[in-house]
Design a protein around this ligand. Structure first.
Ligand code: C5P
Length: 233
């Protein structure tokens, strides 16, 4: 009976949703390292669909859905981060460019594209556990996740974090423009009818404006230990 139960136990999943710059990505990477769990960076799937559509100069809905269904993607561990391959090409940096992010947010409003990416996302839930980073992880993709976190931060703070990340990569950036871009993206993500950005009813809300990354990681880790019986510090 015990074995049967164990076999039917779902893979533990922690969902981390929230707007861009709320710290989800960094928090996910650090938590994955500590828990030794897998990561789903769901935004990268929308960015990959956007990049391939830009490369192929495609904007017709049916063709976008076909790309989402058939694109050849792979993730490889690369030090502290994940290398992202599209048809064998390293596109780790290319998918982070702002025009790709904007295009991703545009095509993410198409229900058929979201549906095409759904099973790909669910396939990431494998033992020993998954940290799922996105906008609709707790509401749509993993509605039965045992621990759901929704991270927020004030737009000015999120823009400052993005600015710092871009500067560190040697990319020129303008702070007021970043604030405007983030607010436009938030608006589009929150107001779309297909899986809008919103906290699941059973999500824990964490405002990270005044918190350091370590404080956020430690707080989620305490919740994970309580929820999954892990004892990671
Ligand atoms: O998180 P990231 O900035 O990489 O996501 C890029 C875009 O992909 C977001 O602005 C959002 O429109 C879309 N997205 C989404 N659902 C997710 C993850 C990302 O709609 N689960």
């Amino acid at each position: 009976m015990h074995n049967q139960l164990a076999m039917n136990d779902p893979v533990p999943v922690i969902t981390l949703d929230g707007p861009g710059g709320s710290g989800k990505g960094t928090v996910c990477l650090l938590l994955a390292e500590k828990l030794r769990w897998h990561i789903l960076d769901s935004g990268s799937l929308y960015r990959l669909t956007a990049l391939e559509s830009m490369q192929k100069n495609v904007s017709d809905e049916a063709q976008l859905i076909e790309i989402a269904n058939n694109m050849d993607i792979d993730y490889r561990p690369d030090g502290a981060r994940l290398k992202v391959l599209l048809s064998g090409q390293d596109v780790t940096d290319a998918i982070r460019a702002e025009p790709v992010g904007s295009k991703a947010s545009e095509i993410a409003a198409i229900a058929g594209v979201r549906q095409a990416l759904l099973e790909r996302q669910r396939a990431f839930a494998v033992s020993p556990g998954l940290l799922a980073d996105g906008r609709d992880m707790g509401t749509v993709v993993f509605p039965h996740a045992a621990l759901k976190i929704f991270l927020t931060a004030r737009p000015e703070e999120r823009a400052k974090r993005r600015y710092k990340q871009l500067k560190e990569k040697g990319i020129d950036a303008n702070l007021p423009e970043l604030v405007a871009e983030l607010e436009a993206r938030d608006k589009r993500d929150s107001e779309r009818s297909a899986a809008p950005l919103k906290a699941a009813d059973d999500a824990v809300l964490l405002d990270t404006t005044e918190m350091s990354i370590d404080e956020v990681v430690n707080q989620v880790l305490r919740m994970a230990n309580q929820c999954f019986g892990t004892s990671v510090v």
